[in-house]
Design a protein around this ligand. Structure first.
Ligand code: MN
Length: 258
């Protein structure tokens, strides 16, 4: 099925799973409503698609960013939060500026895509679970996140909205090799806003996978946004955003005017 579009594939799946009887649409497999559609990311250099399961994110995984947000990285360890998969947006699409915020920030991040999951994965074995990598942006309604922090409430209102998790095409680890270092940057309208090196992460990718697997139930298809370097800041309607991991992959986005 490598040569047909996503839309065509979804149509094939839909025709297999539903039948129409009078005014009633029933799914043949017994679902009372249509099951959710599969969220996918393209894989670089192929027609293959990566099906997204859950999205995990690491908070304050670069010292410079922890400091710019008013925290001491020597006293507070990184931590995790999650986003739903409907927030994924792929490269060359338009991002809709979300409601209820005047201060949406970009956070450029290495994204790790898992080909298998498990529990209590050791640091040494973690690399065996990596399908590949992308570059993503953990979009954040900073004003709503700030209000949540102030009241010690959960972060979803700040972190979750349509198009909150843009991600590039994925590059398989066979193609890229293991990414333990490399320049990561974000440009807004060609101006450099964020820059760092993957070797600055406080928790390395293998450690992130191992810790996540102790706390949660990792599965094939999970994406991990591994934290952002310093330089986060606001985006505006009409901005062109470019996220790059040098010599690996890039993400191009435009923020819609409307
Ligand atoms: Mn982030």
């Amino acid at each position: 099925m490598g040569d047909i579009s996503v839309e065509a594939r979804i149509a094939v799946l839909a025709s297999k799973s539903t039948q129409t009887t009078g005014n009633q649409r029933k799914t043949m497999s017994g679902f009372v409503i249509e099951p959710p559609t599969v969220t996918t990311l393209p894989v670089q250099g192929s027609d293959d698609l990566f099906p997204v399961s859950e999205i995990y994110c690491v908070g304050r995984n670069y010292a410079d960013h922890a400091i710019e947000m008013g925290h001491d990285p020597d006293r507070e360890a990184p931590f995790f939060f999650m986003k739903p998969r409907y927030t994924v947006l792929t490269s060359k699409q338009q991002m809709q500026y979300p409601s209820h915020s005047q201060d949406v920030h970009h956070e450029v991040e290495l994204v790790v895509a898992l080909k298998s999951g498990g529990q209590n994965i050791s640091v040494a074995d973690a690399v065996d679970h990596i399908f590949g990598y992308g570059v993503g942006i953990d979009m954040t309604r900073r004003d709503l996140q700030g209000q949540a922090k102030e009241k010690s409430r959960p972060w979803e209102s700040g972190k979750t909205f349509l198009h909150a998790s843009p991600c590039s095409e994925l590059v398989s680890i066979e193609q890229s090799g293991q990414l333990n270092e490399g320049n990561i940057q974000l440009r807004v309208n060609d101006e450099l806003r964020q820059e760092g090196n993957l070797n600055q992460m406080i928790w390395k990718v293998s450690e992130v996978i191992s810790r996540l697997s102790e706390l949660f139930y990792l599965q094939a298809g999970d994406l991990i946004y591994t934290g952002t370097p310093a330089g986060v800041g606001p985006i505006a309607r009409g901005d062109r955003l470019t996220a790059i991991i040098e010599n690996v992959t890039r993400l191009d986005l435009e923020v819609a005017q409307g």
